[in-house]
Design a protein around this ligand. Structure first.
Ligand code: FMN
Length: 366
């Protein structure tokens, strides 16, 4: 297998791999950590409300946070009003976006009830009106427009061969969209069931030779990525949840897809190296946001990281980080994991909670 780096309009990526937008997960700290590990061609912000950006609400500005290292970065907008989406795109370009992406795949009620996200799959005229308005606003900026879609809304349409995605992708290409990402599920599937590679392949067929298609869904290993490319013909691969436990996954996948061969594959990270990545992520969250944010997110994320840390020690580490009250507690837990001090027997039901070295056990936080 030998994939080329992806070209999105005028933007040449270093690889053909993209970090997915995943609301609440792919903040600047996580994007930075993935980029530092190598292999990331493009990373994207979580979905952003153009109204929030234009009003300057703190939540939206936090989500749009980027840095000179976080390049190129895609900023993803959701909504249903063409003019507001165009205004949001203009704001994003002025604040560092190298690619503008329109969310046409979010299945969450809060978004679809306002006619945004994957509701656009069911309303081609509106989807096209948005793309036209945004593309016109981006004209001359050198910033390409992309869209992230799903196969279609209803499972029954997909089963009957009536998925809208091939036709939609062709229409988007007609409007000057530079690339389309396809999450290979229907809206009804949300995040359950398996990804339908044959549905992604039909989108590739519909726009072949015109714009690149990026395949997305359930890529957790280099084998998964290779299968996605071989079975669908996509030019790029987007990875979301697979990177939560292994931010170094892009590096490993690119070694495979670029044809570097097994001999050139990067060595597996040591346990110390993996814990170093967790430490770096935690430090960056503190730097870019604050301790409260960093503590909240490390407690949520440690079980994902734990999946790729040495098997038996994962649960004690998870518990210790969940019980941590301060950044020092988190550091003590990570250090104890490395030294083996956490590889303790399971706590007895009703017995004392897991003990961190040098500290009293903090009470659980809600
Ligand atoms: C909690 C969660 C939040 C997500 N947020 C977004 C989002 O903001 N924008 C978007 O286009 N997709 C979003 N997605 C979908 C992912 O980008 C991706 O399409 C999906 O997770 C499948 O890819 P994966 O199996 O590699 O994770 C989200 C998915 C999850 C699970």
């Amino acid at each position: 297998m030998r994939c080329d780096p992806l070209q999105i309009g005028p933007v040449r990526l270093a690889t053909n791999l993209l970090l997915a937008p995943v609301a609440g997960y792919c903040d600047l700290a996580f994007r930075t950590v993935c980029r530092e590990q190598g292999g990331v061609g493009l990373a994207c912000t979580d979905l952003l409300s153009p109204q929030g950006l234009l009003r300057g609400t703190a939540a939206s500005l936090d989500l749009a946070q980027t840095s000179a290292f976080d390049r190129p970065v895609g900023m993803q907008l959701y909504g249903s009003d063409p003019t507001i989406m165009a205004d949001g795109a203009q704001w994003a370009v002025a604040h560092g976006a190298g690619v503008i992406d329109i969310n046409m795949g979010c299945p969450v009620d809060k978004v679809t009830k306002k006619d945004g996200g994957s509701k656009l799959l069911t309303d081609l005229p509106r989807a096209i009106a948005i793309v036209r308005a945004v593309a016109r606003r981006l004209d001359g900026s050198g910033v390409p427009l992309t869209c992230k879609i799903r196969l279609c809304w209803h499972d029954r349409d997909f089963a009957a061969g009536r998925a809208c995605s091939p036709g939609l992708a062709a229409a988007l290409a007609d409007e000057g969209v530079a690339a389309v990402t396809v999450h290979g599920r229907t809206t009804e599937q949300k995040f359950t069931g398996s990804v339908r590679l044959e549905g992604i392949a039909r989108v590739v067929e519909a726009v072949r030779g015109r714009i690149p298609v990026i395949g997305n869904g359930d890529v957790r290993t280099p084998d998964d990525a290779e299968r996605m490319v071989r079975q669908t013909g996509v030019q790029g691969v987007m990875i979301g949840r697979g990177a939560f436990s292994a931010p170094w996954l892009f590096r490993d996948v690119w070694a495979r897809l670029s044809g570097a061969g097994a001999a050139a594959a990067p060595p597996d990270l040591s346990e110390e190296g993996k814990v170093g990545v967790v430490r770096r992520y935690f430090a960056l969250m503190r730097q870019y946001r604050d301790d409260h944010y960093a503590m909240h997110h490390i407690r949520r994320r440690i079980s994902w990281f734990g999946k790729s840390l040495s098997g038996g020690a994962c649960r004690p580490l998870r518990e210790a980080v969940r019980l941590a009250e301060t950044p020092d507690d988190v550091e003590a837990a990570l250090q104890a994991h490395l030294t083996g001090a956490l590889r303790a027997p399971e706590p007895v039901p009703g017995g004392p909670a897991l003990r961190l070295p040098r500290r009293s056990v903090p009470s659980p936080v809600s």
